[in-house]
Design a protein around this ligand. Structure first.
Ligand code: 5GP
Ligand code: ZN
Length: 118
């Protein structure tokens, strides 16, 4: 998709700090990190979101890469979250499937979104 930011990152047309890449995915640092570790993993092929008919192998590649990133960052054992915002209520702002890998410090339990809505 010509106007997709993450397609442009995959193609190298927009600079990013890439931390992992294989045939199916690219992982790069989030521009606006919310945690000491905040890396995004995206499929190289464009899908709008997790509901976009993604083949199992490709979805599996994204999640396996998320764990590889966590291991590379040294947070696989201490713990991390993988978050996939999907559509408007979840505030998905970039409509190219991506998983957030977040960690490096203790996180609250519960739902931050619901807490903020109160
Ligand atoms: P969403 O809210 O869609 O789940 O998350 C999109 C994420 O992409 C945000 O955390 C935002 O900081 C990140 N982001 C948006 N534009 C860029 C960009 O051009 N480069 C990088 N590295 N991250 C971006
Ligand atoms: Zn895209």
């Amino acid at each position: 998709m010509s106007d997709c930011i993450f397609c442009k990152i995959v193609e190298g047309e927009i600079p990013s700090t890439i931390v992992y890449e294989d045939d199916a995915v690219v992982a790069f640092e989030d521009l606006n990190p919310q945690m000491p570790v905040h890396t995004l993993v995206v499929p190289k092929k464009h899908y709008d979101n997790i509901g976009d008919g993604i083949p199992d192998t490709e979805l599996g590649a994204v999640f396996n890469a998320a764990n590889k990133v966590a291991a590379m960052k040294g947070i696989a054992e201490s713990g991390y979250r993988v978050i996939v915002n999907t559509n408007d209520d979840a505030q998905q702002s970039v409509h190219h499937l991506h998983v957030h890998v977040l960690g490096g410090a203790p996180m609250n339990s519960g739902s931050p979104a619901l807490d903020e809505a109160d």
